[in-house]
Design a protein around this ligand. Sequence first.
Ligand code: NDP
Ligand code: 2IT
Length: 450
Amino acid sequence: MLRAVLDEKLETIFDDVVRRNPAEPEFHQAVREVLDSLGPVIAKHPDFARHKIIQRICEPERQVIFRVPWQDDRGEVQINRGFRVEFNSALGPYKGGLRFHPSVNLGIVKFLGFEQIFKNALTGMPIGGGKGGADFDPKGRSDGEIMRFCQSFMTELYRHLGEYTDVPAGDIGVGTREIGYLFGQYKRITNRYESGVLTGKGTDWGGSLVRTEATGYGAVFFVAEMLKARGVGLEGRRCVVSGSGNVAIYAIEKLQQLGAIVVACSDSDGVVHDPLGIDLDLLKQIKEVDRARLSVYVERRPGAQHRPGGNIWSVPCEVAVPSATQNELSGRDAETLVANGCLAVVEGANMPCTAEAVRAFHTAGVAFGPGKAANAGGVATSALEMQQNASRDSWTFEHTEHRLAAIMESIHRTCLETAEELGMPGNYVIGANVAGFEKVARAMVALGLV
Ligand code: NDP
Ligand code: 2IT
């Protein structure tokens, strides 16, 4: 892999991170991406070096790994591994989602937790960074199995949580249903109706309106701002959104509301290409109600095609919204998008674009919105849910969406202005990394050596 040259001090710190955290390539990738941006920061703030802020930020405050035993519907005992990495609490309680997917391991949870620190700082809300999950595969599991797994997971995790300590939410494989089972078990064990301990709750039992939509909507608000900064709009633009889960569905919804045409989405089996525009009601029915595979879509939608194992980035588009998983868009995919006339790429997922892809976008002058800025609408609305819980209030959809839109606009402005100040106009990666890092670093210095 071709890499940017790092400042010597940063190179030493990075080498140390790799040595101390072997066999965690996604974590190394996420750290490298931030350190690549920090040259000007260490030159400007010698006190950060004196306090060893970068080394401290790269070391989680606490990491919990635990056994999750449960029984499947056939009575067979199953064992999974649970994780919670409490990365940084300088700005508030640890905050970040739980991922249930067979690929989950410590390195993946650490990359997600590390990015979460800076993302949460960018929201301007009082939340630290953390992430968790399990190598549990929810695919094909009954409702009863999901419930028993969640109950066992929480039976260990509850002791580490609290509305002022650590507040999980959803991520891949964890939505309102799972948060319900987790919250029910937390309530039972602690004998406390502590609404603020989890976000992404159902609206009947302490959840916030707009939290379901927030990540996808927020990413689209962000790309709309990026295009506006270049004097163009979303109206009539052809878009491609990878994935077909929570983030993808609500990115598609907002893109359509703003007049764009989404022609493709995907899951891990393949790609749906629908040149007339994705039928969102049908997509929601398949994914949210039936919990079926995306391939079913073409059985009910004439004119649409399903390409098993296809590459979604070969579908020509002007706006691309990778919203499935890490490293799903390679350098070669980026070149294809550029060749097809793509104007903007916004990361709905966490780290979906490889370093090579990001470089290709920057070289070609494509507007690129990194996940830690562009998908921050989800966690920001989680913080709005915590606010509502703390005041035992619930806000309207319109008010909450308005707050979300204002937060995304503010994150966009912060990234743009920070990049401009650093002499890298339009580089949202540098803007997001530096603005997020500086806020956490200042708080860490103020709080002393803890
Ligand atoms: P969901 O579980 O709702 O959906 C995930 C989607 O991505 C599914 O279509 C899934 O396909 C696909 N996918 C997942 N893993 C893989 C893989 N290894 N290879 C190919 N496709 C895959 O998750 P979300 O929509 O919540 O999350 C999507 C991304 O957005 C993740 O990167 C997550 O970290 C990030 N994110 C989520 C937020 C949230 O609020 N939910 C907030 C910010 C970021 P299949 O069904 O075939 O597995
Ligand atoms: O990656 C993310 O920001 C999330 N999965 C949402 C975290 C949250 O606490 O809402």
